[in-house]
Each structure stands twice: as C-alpha cells, then as structure tokens.
Design a protein around this ligand. Structure first.
Ligand code: KMH
Ligand code: ZN
Length: 309
C-alpha cells in the first residue's frame, strides 16, 4: 500500500466568518493554522487568501504575500495555490496569484457547475460581516464557470514552462473525469495526474461511499495506473470518506475549507485538529502517512526550491 498524502485546505471560499471563530480569515491566522496543520501531518497545504479587512474571499496576489513566505520559512510542506478562487470569479481573475508565486501545485477545476452555498445562509441570523449573507444567498443564481477553454488556459499558463505546476484536478462529478480524459488525450497534462474527488458540494455528486467507488472505478477505466487520487467529503462526511479512500489506496483532504466540524455538531478548533484526527484514523487502520518529500516523489513535483515566494 503506498503512503497516504494528507492535504489540508486551510480556509477556502465557502465558509464565512460568522460560521466559526476557528475559520482563519486574517493573514496571521492563515499562516499560523497552515503551519500547525503541517506540523500535525499535512504534506500539502491548499491555500486561498482572504481580504485582511473583512475576511471575504480574495484572489489578490498581495493578500497571499502576507502568509506564503511565513509558511515556507516554517515548514517543508508543499504549497498548493488555488485557481478556483471563489465560485463568483472568472478564471482570469483567479490565476494571478499562482502565476506570481509559481507554487509546486495549484488546483484546476475540471468543469462548470452550480456551486450553491445558499442553504448555509438560512442557519444564521446575525452576521459578523456585511458581505456574508449576500455572498451566500447569491450563489443560488451562480455558475462556477470552468469551460474547456478555461481549463486549457490554466493548463497552458501554469502547467508548462516556466511554472511547471502539478495540478490538483478538482472533479465534482463523474463527467469531470471524462473532461479530464479529453484534455489528457490532447496532451494538456503530464502523468501522473492527481485527482481530487470533490463530493458533497450542492451542484456536484453527493458524499456517499457508493459514489466514491463509482468515481474510482471510472478513474481506473480512464487513467489506468497513470493517476493518484484523493477525496474531499465536504461537510459531515469528511472523515468517513477519508477513511474509506485511504483503505482503497487513495489520499485524503481535510481542512476548514471543506468542513467546519470535528464531530457531529461540534465545531473544529483548528485545521490542525482535523489533520490530527484523520491521521489517527488512518494510522489506526494501518496507513502510513507521507511526508512532504515522499508526497513530492509520489506526485512528481518540481521541488520546494523552485517556487517564487
Ligand atoms: N472548495 C472545494 C470544494 C479550488 O480551490 O480550486 C474545491 C476547491 C476549489 O478547493
Ligand atoms: Zn480550494
């Protein structure tokens, strides 16, 4: 059984400050929680930025600058910069930070979808920040746009020279695996590819073991031994799907981007708490956890000395 890579997605663009005091939305808290998550066992840190004034999702390179160098100094973890940004943004708006900082990895979203957050808004009455309620409710009418042209543009600008980033291919449904196969056959990506099965987003496939097996079976058929894979069980299914994925030879992603909870009805205190929990589950079931350098080998990354921050 290969070693299991833990990714921690530290803040994202789904959850808002009202939902949990533990969600890191300042540059200091993003840096501190990312470093603690790496110390707890995360080999990859999947990073978004936030507006330092109000915690709103940000794609501004200068907001990434406030935490990337600190994380690099303090850890050997692989930095993965999102090109998903937030579902309200175009792909042109979402890539400047990855272009500026040339990370070892960045995300790429493998299809357009309804990425709906509006049911979350019904759970809260008092909001910490003015932007939160409109942002969540507005997602009912939004399409997270990732056309084939968008995907090709991200692949061309970040996958080849000079950046040579490895992609975390975010696949929210089975059709996205076929989109990826189409792109791979046209030479847009280099094997081994790294699939992230994103399960449980309203608009994508639901977070059920049966669906995970279907995603894996489809990926086996399409990509043979040319791929590595990982799973996000968004929301309450986070730990369960991680445990099953690791038993099947997959990797796992946790973090407050994907779930704010540590157990049913109990908010997580930090990203590191989720990393420590998934690590304990995996080790108890016999999985060995990959270090950052082992993850670099498994995924074929360019190396932490070839980034721009
Ligand atoms: N927020 C996750 C459901 C990205 O950053 O490119 C998917 C994600 C997208 O992480
Ligand atoms: Zn993300």
């Amino acid at each position: 059984m290969p070693k299991t890579i833990i990714t921690c997605a530290v803040t994202g663009a789904i959850h808002t400050p009202t939902m949990s005091d533990a969600l890191p939305v300042t540059p200091d808290s993003i840096a501190e929680q990312a470093i603690a998550a790496a110390e707890a066992g995360a080999a990859i840190l999947h990073l978004h930025a936030r507006n330092p004034e109000n915690g709103a999702p940000s794609v501004a390179p200068e907001d990434f600058e406030l935490f990337l160098p600190r994380i690099k100094q303090a850890t050997n973890a692989i930095v993965n910069i999102t090109t998903g940004g937030s579902p309200t943004m175009t792909v042109e708006q979402r890539i400047p930070a990855a272009l500026r900082y040339s990370p070892e990895m960045c995300s790429i979203n493998m299809g357009s979808l309804n990425f709906a957050l509006h049911p979350l808004a019904d759970r809260y009455d008092d909001w910490k920040e003015e932007w939160e309620e409109g942002y969540l409710r507005g997602s009912e009418a939004n399409i997270f746009r990732n056309t084939f042209a968008d995907i090709r543009m991200v692949a061309e600008r970040l996958g080849g020279d000079p950046h040579n980033a490895k992609f975390e291919h975010e696949c929210y449904d089975v059709g996205h695996l076929y989109n990826l196969k189409f792109c791979l056959d046209r030479g847009m990506f280099k094997a081994p590819i790294f699939l992230q099965f994103v399960m449980g987003v309203l608009g994508g496939i639901s977070a059920e073991i049966d669906n995970l097996l279907f995603m894996k079976r489809t990926a086996d058929k399409l990509f043979g031994d040319q791929y590595q894979w990982s799973v996000i069980g968004a929301g309450s299914q986070q730990m369960k799907l991680a445990a099953v994925a690791a038993q099947l030879g997959g990797h796992v992603r946790v973090g407050l981007e994907d779930s704010l909870y540590i157990a049913r009805g109990e908010l997580a205190e930090s990203n590191a708490q989720q990393v420590a929990k998934v690590r304990q589950i995996l080790e108890l079931q016999g999985n060995d956890i990959a270090s950052p350098d082992e993850a670099r080998d498994i995924l074929g990354l360019k190396g932490g000395d070839r980034v721009n921050f």
